[in-house]
Structures are given as C-alpha cells and as structure tokens.
Write a protein that binds this ligand. Structure first.
Ligand code: ARG
Length: 566
C-alpha cells in the first residue's frame, strides 16, 4: 500500500532530492491519468529547468519496478500507473489488518502543529460565521493528528479589550443580575448595543468605559470580577455548542492570557528599532510592504488585537516549539494577519515567514435558511442552526424510519453532520449559501448521504453475520471493474488526507468520501453480496467491511459521527 512512498523514493533518487519533499507533492490524478502523479514544476526552482524537461529526465532515470505498469509524461506531470492487482491486495490487506487506523501515517512525526480556531468573542453572539472556523479548525487538527503530528488546538477567545469597559458601564447602569443569568449572551449583547446608542447622546459614557478598562488593567477587583462573570456566562453558552459538536481544545487561552506578557514584547519591538510614534499611538510602519501600519499601542497606552497576536505567537513558539501555527478565520481578517506576520519577520523571526499560516474562509449567507430565528440583533446563532438541523432530521426519521432505535441520538448525529459536511464540501474560500433542502438531502452530495451509505454497509454486514475479516481474501473474486474502482477509491483516501493537510482543505476529504460512497453503491448494484457463496462471498463482504471502515475514518476527520443505523 505504500506505493506513494515507493514512488516518492524512485523520483527522489532520480531527481536527487529529499524523499519527504517529493512525497508531500505527490497527487492523485483523475482516473485516466494514472494512479499517482507528480507535478514537476515543484522542482523547477531547485533544478533550474522547465517542468516537462524535468519530467522526461526523471522518467528516463527510473528503473520501473514490477508494481508499476507504466509511467507517462503529460506536460510537466509524471503520471504513474500501478498494477491493478498489486493495488487491490495491498489496499485491502492494509485496511483489513489495521481497520480505522489504516489512514494513519508518520509523515509528521516529531513535528507540532498549533491550530488557533473557533475563538469567539466573550459577550458577543456565537454566530454562524464562527461555525466555519470551529468545524474547519477541528478538522485540520484531526487531519494533522492522523498524519502523525502532535497537535495543539487553541481557542483564542476574544476576552479582552475596550468592549469590556463599555460592558461594565452598561451593566452597572442598566443591567440586572437575573436577566444576565437567565438570558446570557443575548442580554450582554443587548446592554452592549444599548451602550453605543446611549453614548451617542452622552459621549462622557466613553470616558467612563475607558476608566473601567484601566481599572481592569490595574487589577481592580470589582471590575475584574464582573469581567470574569461575563466570561463565565459566555463560556457556558459556547460550551453547549462545543458539546454538541464534540469538540475539545487543548488550551483555552484567550487574549487576556497575554496581558502580563505584552510589555516585554512591546519593549522588544522598540529595541529592534521598528516602533514609531504616529498621532500619539505606537505603530510599525509597513508602507514598504504596501500595507497600512500595524497598531501596537493606542494613544492611551492600551494594547490592541495585533499586539496580543504577536505576543501569543512568540509565547506559542516558546511553549510548543511548533513547526506550523495555523490560524483559521474569516477572509476579512487577511490584512490583520499579513500585517502582524510581517512585524514578526521585521523583528528578525525568520520562522514567521513559513511557519505562521493564515487559513481564511468565505462567508456564510442565509440564502434559504428560512425562518431561522435571530434572537440577537440580526445574526444567526450557531446553537439555533444546530438545533434546527437536529429537529428537521428528527422529522425525516419519524417519516422514513419511525421504528429506529436511539432516534434522538441518530437525529443529532445526522443533523449536525449535515451542517458540518456542508461547511466543508467546497474549497473554504468559497462563500456558502445556507440551504436546508440541500444539506439534508439523503441522496445529494451531503453528510447524510455519506452516513447513510455507511449505515447501509453496516446493516449488510450485520445481515451476513460478518463481524470482522478473518479469512484470507481471494482477490480474483473482486477483480471486476466496479469492485476495482471501489478499492481504488479506498486506497486513495490516505493520499487525499496528506493533500488536505498540505492545502489546509478538508473538502478534499469530503469529496473523496463522496467518491467512495458512489463507488460503493455501484459495487453493490453490480455484485450480489448476500446472494454469493464461498470465496466470492468472503471477498465481497471483506470489501464491504473495508468500505465502511474507510467511510467512518473519513467522517471522523471531518468531525462527523457515523451511526450504524439510520
Ligand atoms: N476573536 C476573533 C473573532 O471573532 C478571532 C480570533 C482569531 N484568532 C487570532 N489569533 N486572531 O473575529
């Protein structure tokens, strides 16, 4: 099954390049183009040659081993065609012996990836925009973990800043303890919005808010205990959503965690000679890089969002010694990240250039979301979306399969799975138009379709009394085209996982899952499984078992559960 590894070694030897570099560049091409492809433009810089020339030189140097049928050169690509029966037995053997772990690799051994994701703001609604960061970030953590990296998932909560000074003013003036306890974030947000409209009439309120923030910064107990309470109230709500999504973080270190670490960093920026005064504020000028200045200190000496991010990056580098620190946020924060990444570079931290990675995503619009309530202002809350997905799924189950056991649990796993899958079915930059009919369609390219295929495979195995593979598989019994196509789709999954990691694109896995499910359904249409006997029955059931195992592993990587019945 390590064809990819072997091919990487062949290319590496011919091109005199490190195997790891080649390995991560190998792709899975469209079917007619072979089984593995290497885009030679990746070497044109190192070898100072045009990709087609590199391709033909490498190809002529490779001595073709038995498992390779042929190598074709198309443009700057080297396409490898692997012997079908070699693939079949290697793929199945591996899945049958390793089970769900067959997708695991050691690619990232010894390396750490920090993933900063979800990161909602305290006292602000946990809205559908944060959903994307949450599910994409969680998936990226699982993908890297599967590839052998050590991962550290961090929730960088927005828990510090001017808004808390305002909130303290608003709460002290107009708030009631019971209301906040009862209504939580929506009440805090109401008070915050009220503060702004009142401050328009009475600008002195802003001074009061600033004083409150100064109190917080100076450790005033009363101010801090209110702040802490706002944090607790908000976390309680966020936690409900994390529980629904089954997401846990390795660290919940919000912006406030860096308060005592920022002065030293500001000093350091100054000592590097790049801190400048501008209008009373302190900035790093980035005009040489065609960007607006990065703000480090406000006129009143207060720190800002970039100051906290710079400090956090240095802290994380020291604490986790990461090889990558990945930030998953909406695309509208592109400039923010570009700016402070540059500041770190100017401070002399070369690693900032390739180890800090911003992974932006497009917006979610509520095209066809129907009457999703907007409890807070005009944003749609994540919790409401998930609950609605569950109740809609429950209704479908009641109609289609009313006798199902654990209806509530299945409805929750399928409803939530549908929302997650939809968030990662396209390249992440693409905007999403939310549409219930589309995401809950059991026959479309959806989460429920994948889960349903998995459940179908499970019930087939159950009917056959096939718990796990024990007998040796006779591969000649599954050499027909549709069995072969399914095996190929299963074998491609690990390679797709590496590709997803390299591009920070979980959708590559979603698409492969759809491919596996389609191939499975074709295989099942073309072959009698329960009706067959002897070696054929064993081979086909083993293949069904392999397919259900692969689907479950793939869904896991997306953060989706795989119910056995639905
Ligand atoms: N709290 C921010 C927001 O809701 C996202 C934080 C992303 N992470 C970071 N390190 N800046 O927009």
């Amino acid at each position: 099954m390590d064809f990819k590894q072997k091919i990487a070694e062949l290319i590496a030897q011919a091109a005199e390049q490190p195997v790891e570099t080649i390995f991560s560049g190998i792709e899975i091409p469209k079917a007619a183009m072979g089984d593995y492809a290497y885009p030679c433009f990746k070497l044109s810089k190192a070898l100072r040659k045009a990709p087609p020339l590199i391709a033909s030189e490498i190809s002529s140097k490779i001595e073709k081993p038995d498992f390779i049928e042929k190598i074709e050169i198309v443009g700057g690509y080297l396409n490898f065609f692997v012997n079908k029966s070699a693939i079949g037995s290697a793929v199945l053997d591996k899945i049958l012996s390793e089970g769900e772990d067959y997708i695991r690799s050691e690619e990232g051994r010894g390396k750490t990836a920090v993933v900063d994701y979800s990161s909602p703001n305290i006292a602000k609604p946990f809205h559908i925009g944060h959903l994307r960061s949450t599910v994409i970030g969680n998936s990226i953590c699982r993908i890297y973990d599967t590839l052998g990296w050590k991962t550290v998932g961090i929730n960088h909560l927005g828990d510090w800043g001017t808004q808390f000074g305002k909130l303290i003013s608003a709460y002290t003036r107009w708030g009631k303890k019971e209301d906040v306890e009862e209504k939580g974030i929506s009440e805090l947000n109401r008070l915050y919005v009220l503060f702004h409209s009142e401050a328009e009439k009475n600008p002195e309120l802003n001074d009061e808010a600033r004083e409150n923030l100064v109190k917080m910064q100076n450790g005033d107990e009363e101010a801090l205990s209110l702040w802490k309470w706002f944090v607790d109230i908000s976390m309680r709500e966020f936690q409900r959503v994390y529980d629904m999504l089954d997401i846990t973080f390795d660290a919940c270190t919000g912006e406030s965690f860096y308060n005592d670490k920022m002065p030293a960093v500001v000093e350091e920026i100054k000592s590097k000679g790049i801190l400048k005064e501008s209008d009373g504020a302190m900035i790093v000028d980035l005009s040489d890089y065609k960007m607006p200045p990065c703000l480090i200190l406000r006129r009143d000496g207060g720190t800002l969002y970039p100051t906290r991010d710079i400090t956090a990056a240095l802290y994380r580098k020291k604490t986790y010694d990461f090889s990558k620190c990945i930030y998953v946020t909406a695309i509208d924060q592109n400039l923010h990240f570009a700016q402070w990444f540059k500041v770190l570079e100017l401070m002399g931290y070369d690693w900032a250039k390739d180890e800090l990675v911003h992974v932006p995503f497009g917006l979610v619009s509520l095209g066809n979301a129907g009457k999703l309530s907007t409890r807070t202002g005009n944003v749609v809350l994540m919790e409401d979306v998930l609950k609605e997905a569950i109740s809609k799924t429950k209704a479908i189950i009641e109609e289609k399969n009313p006798d199902l056991e654990n209806k509530d649990q299945v409805a929750s796993e399928v409803g939530i799975g549908a929302v997650i899958f939809d968030n990662m079915y396209n390249g992440r930059i693409k905007n999403i138009a939310f549409d219930w009919n589309k995401i809950l369609n059991f026959e479309g390219e959806t989460g429920p379709y994948v889960q349903y295929t998995h459940a179908r495979a499970c019930s087939l195995l159950k009917k056959a009394g096939f718990e796990k593979p024990t007998e040796k598989v006779d591969y000649s019994e599954i050499s027909d085209p549709s069995s072969q196509a399914l095996i190929k789709a299963l074998g491609d999954l690990p390679c797709k996982i590496s590709e997803a990691a390299e591009k920070y694109e979980p959708y590559i896995i979603s698409r492969q899952l759809i491919e596996i499910c389609r191939s499975f359904n074709r295989f099942y249409r073309d072959n009698s499984v329960l009706g067959s006997e002897g070696a054929a029955r064993n081979a086909r059931l083993s293949l069904v078992w392999a397919a259900k195992t692969a689907i479950k592993s793939g869904l896991y990587l997306l953060g989706i559960k795989a119910p056995e019945q639905m």
